[in-house]
Design a protein around this ligand. Structure first.
Ligand code: ADP
Length: 245
């Protein structure tokens, strides 16, 4: 678990779609270093929360702070520049471009030390990120030639290459087989060991309980539990929410 001020503070965050309160006055804080999971049954508001955090949706109410700065009304681009990296539930890579070219795009975070014309440095950073996920040997192959599980790893490498302050992972285990899930678990633990701060949204309780040190649980848009992993997973309200699935 991290120490000091939280990296991310979410205060009374709401997102309504007409009369539907998809996210309803949710608060939580992500400490620096380690893996914080946002979980809940289908339709509980996880993806909506992530989309508000990454700036795709304007919140109906509430506030979001990154390293103490209010980013509630910043654009997705400005958030990326401020250090929020993310992966998507549906993989978003340029399929005809190589793995390396895709990851170089992630290395070009506007405010990082590397400028776009410093191609060699960007490529070095991208290769390092691909090595971290175990795909350096295939850096020059087109994305389309990789398995689905490996494409997920390329997405993670692309986000890592931007050296994010906070990494948002949207259901990284979706569509993976069990050996790919095991590999992802190992990778997530290595990312945490490196000191990265990760907010992960996932439906897979096994993965979440294996990697997360802190969990926030949503149900019908409301926060129903928040705390250290082992304690949260034993709370009756959490067990009940998942049994109702
Ligand atoms: P989860 O990710 O936990 O499965 P979501 O955040 O996707 O939940 O959805 C929460 C609720 O908000 C659901 O009832 C869903 O149907 C609704 N919802 C999500 N996105 C929209 C949207 N763009 N317009 C209207 N309703 C939406």
């Amino acid at each position: 678990a991290g120490t000091g001020a939280p990296v991310l503070e979410v205060e009374e965050l709401s997102k309504h779609f007409g009369g539907l309160k998809a996210v309803d006055a949710v608060s939580f804080a992500v400490a620096r270093g380690g893996i914080h999971a946002l979980i809940g049954p289908n339709g509980s508001g996880k993806t909506t929360t992530l989309n508000v955090l990454s700036g795709l949706y304007t919140p109906t109410g509430g506030r979001v702070r990154l390293e103490g700065r209010d980013i509630t009304h910043r654009s997705p681009h400005a958030r990326a520049a401020a250090g929020i990296g993310r992966t998507f539930q549906n993989i978003r890579l340029f399929r005809s471009m190589s793995a390396l070219e895709n990851v170089v795009i992630g290395a070009e975070r506007p405010d990082n030390a590397l400028v776009a014309r410093d191609r060699a440095a960007l490529e070095a950073r991208a290769r390092e990120a691909l090595a971290f996920v175990g795909l350096e040997g295939r850096a020059d192959e087109p994305v389309a030639s990789f398995s689905y599980g490996h494409q997920r790893l390329i997405e993670i490498a692309r986000a890592l290459a931007g050296n994010p302050v906070l990494l948002l992972l949207d259901e990284p285990a979706a569509g993976l087989n069990s050996s790919e899930k095991n590999a992802l678990t190992v990778l997530l633990r290595r990312m945490a060991a490196k000191g990265l701060t990760i907010l992960i949204i996932d439906h897979d309780m096994t993965l979440v309980s294996d990697v997360a040190n802190h969990i926030t649980v949503l149900n019908f848009g409301r926060r129903i539990a928040d705390g250290l992993t082992a304690g949260v997973l034993r709370e009756p309200a959490v067990i009940e929410a998942y049994l109702g699935e």
